[in-house]
Design a protein around this ligand. Structure first.
Ligand SMILES: Cc1ncc(COP(=O)(O)O)c(C=O)c1O
Length: 375
C-alpha cells in the first residue's frame, strides 16, 4: 500500500526563500526592509505579548476598519491574511478550481504558479515583453472561456517595471467582467512614477477598484512597513469575493501581534515614509553603480533592482557574494538585488570595484602572455 500522495503536486516546486546571509553579510535576497521595526511598533507589540494565551480576533475588526478608512472603501471589502501571499491564495481559491485558468505575466512573483496548481487550477504564464514589462495585449489575447483570474504585479517582481495607470485601465476595461483582475501592489510605496499617488499614499489600483466591478488589490505590510516577520497583508476586493475569501482562509491565521503591529504602523506612516524614501535613494544609487559597471539594470520602481544578466548571471551573483552581498539569482536570466541600507549599497559598490580591478589585472596578464607569444 502506498501513501495517498496527490499526483498533481509533483508539478509544484517548494517555495524557494531568498538565500540566507552569513553573519556580517548584506542580505539583499528577499526584498525586506533594511530598517529595524519602529520603536512605537515594538512597544505596541510588547504590550500585547501578555495576551498570547488568547486567540486573535479572527475578523481583525479594528484593523479592517482602519484600512477601510485609510482607502475610503467598505469594511466588507477588506480582508486580511498572513501576508499578501495568503491573500493571493485566497483569491485563487475563491474564484478558480479544476479546469479553470489563472493568468499572470512571466517572470513574476514566484508563488503565483504554485498557488494556482495547489488550488487545482491551470497556470497560464504570458511572457513579459522585451523591456521586462507586462505584455498586456498578449495577456488579453490569452484569455479563454476558462480564465477566472488575472494577476498584474505592479511594480513587477523581479523586474521592477510598472504598468502605467492609463494602460492598466485600458486593459481592465477590455477584460470581461466575469474575470477578476488582481493588482498586486506589494511594492507600490517605492514607486516614483505617476502610478503612485504620493499625496494619498496609494497606487492607482484602488482608484481602478472604485471604477470597475472586477478588480481586487493586494497590499502587504512586509515591505514598505517592515513587518515581513509578522506575516500580515490585506486585500481590497468586491464584497462577494471577500466573503468567499474568508471561507478559504485558515482560521486564526493572522495573529493578534501582527494585527497590533499593522495598526501601529498605520499610525506611523509619516515616519515610515522617510525610510521608504531612503530605500528609493539607495535603489537609484545601486542602479547607477551597476550601470557604470556595465551591467544594464532595468529601471526599477520597487525596492530592488533587476539585472537581466542572462548567461553572466552566475558571474554577477558570484562577484557580489564574494563582496558579502547575498542576492537572488535566476539561473540564465538575471539577478535581483534588493535595495538596502547605505552600508549595504557601499558593499555593492566595493564588490563591483573589486571585480573591475580583478578583470583589469586579468586583461593585463592576457596582454602580457599575448605579447610574449608574439615575441
Ligand atoms: C509581488 C509580491 N506579492 C506578494 C508577496 C508576498 O508578500 P507577503 O506575503 O510577505 O505579504 C511578495 C513577496 O515577496 C511579492 O513579491
Amino acid at each position: 500500500m502506498s501513501l495517498p500522495v496527490r499526483p498533481d503536486l509533483e508539478a509544484v516546486p517548494a517555495y524557494r526563500q531568498g538565500r540566507a546571509a552569513p553573519d556580517g553579510a548584506s542580505k539583499l535576497s528577499s526584498n525586506e526592509s533594511p530598517h529595524p521595526p519602529l520603536p512605537s511598533v515594538i512597544a505596541a507589540v510588547q504590550d500585547r505579548l501578555a495576551r498570547v494565551n488568547r486567540y486573535p480576533d479572527m475578523s481583525a475588526d479594528a484593523l479592517r476598519r482602519r484600512i477601510a478608512e485609510r482607502h475610503g472603501v467598505d469594511v466588507e471589502q477588506v480582508t486580511v491574511g498572513a501576508g499578501s501571499v495568503e491573500l493571493a491564495a485566497q483569491l485563487i481559491h475563491a474564484t478558480a478550481g479544476a479546469g479553470d485558468e489563472v493568468m499572470f505575466a512571466w517572470r513574476s512573483f514566484e508563488a503565483y504558479p504554485s498557488l494556482v496548481r495547489i488550488a487545482g487550477a491551470t497556470p497560464v504564464a504570458v511572457p513579459l515583453d522585451a523591456d521586462h514589462r507586462h505584455d498586456l495585449d498578449a495577456m488579453l489575447a490569452a484569455i479563454t472561456p476558462r480564465t477566472r483570474l488575472i494577476f498584474v504585479c505592479n511594480p513587477n517582481n523581479p523586474t521592477g517595471t510598472v504598468v502605467g495607470a492609463d494602460e492598466l485601465e485600458r486593459f481592465v476595461a477590455a477584460v470581461p467582467r466575469d474575470i477578476l483582475v488582481v493588482i498586486d501592489e506589494a511594492y507600490v510605496h517605492f514607486d516614483r512614477s505617476v502610478y503612485f499617488d504620493a499625496s494619498r499614499g496609494r497606487g492607482a489600483g484602488i482608484e481602478l477598484f472604485r471604477r470597475h466591478p472586477h478588480i481586487a488589490v493586494l497590499h502587504t505590510f512586509s515591505k514598505a512597513y517592515g513587518l515581513a516577520g509578522l506575516r500580515i497583508g490585506y486585500a481590497i476586493s468586491p464584497a462577494v469575493i471577500a466573503e468567499n475569501q474568508r471561507k478559504t482562509a485558515l482560521p486564526f491565521g493572522v495573529t493578534d501581534l501582527a494585527q497590533t503591529a499593522a495598526i501601529a504602523s498605520l499610525d506611523a506612516e509619516h515616519e515610515l515614509a522617510i525610510r521608504i524614501d531612503d530605500v528609493v535613494v539607495q535603489r537609484e544609487r545601486m542602479s547607477a553603480l551597476l550601470e557604470a559597471a556595465g551591467w544594464s539594470p532595468s529601471p526599477s520602481q520597487a525596492n530592488f533592482v533587476w539585472v537581466p544578466s542572462g548567461p553572466r548571471t552566475a558571474h554577477l551573483e558570484g562577484l557580489l557574494r564574494a563582496g558579502g552581498v547575498i542576492t537572488r539569482a535566476f539561473a540564465g536570466e538575471g539577478v535581483r538585488i534588493s535595495s538596502g541600507s547605505a552600508e549595504d549599497i557601499d558593499r555593492v559598490e566595493a564588490a563591483l570595484a573589486a571585480a573591475a580591478r580583478s578583470a583589469r589585472t586579468q586583461n593585463l596578464q592576457h596582454q602580457h602572455v599575448n605579447e610574449e607569444v608574439r615575441a
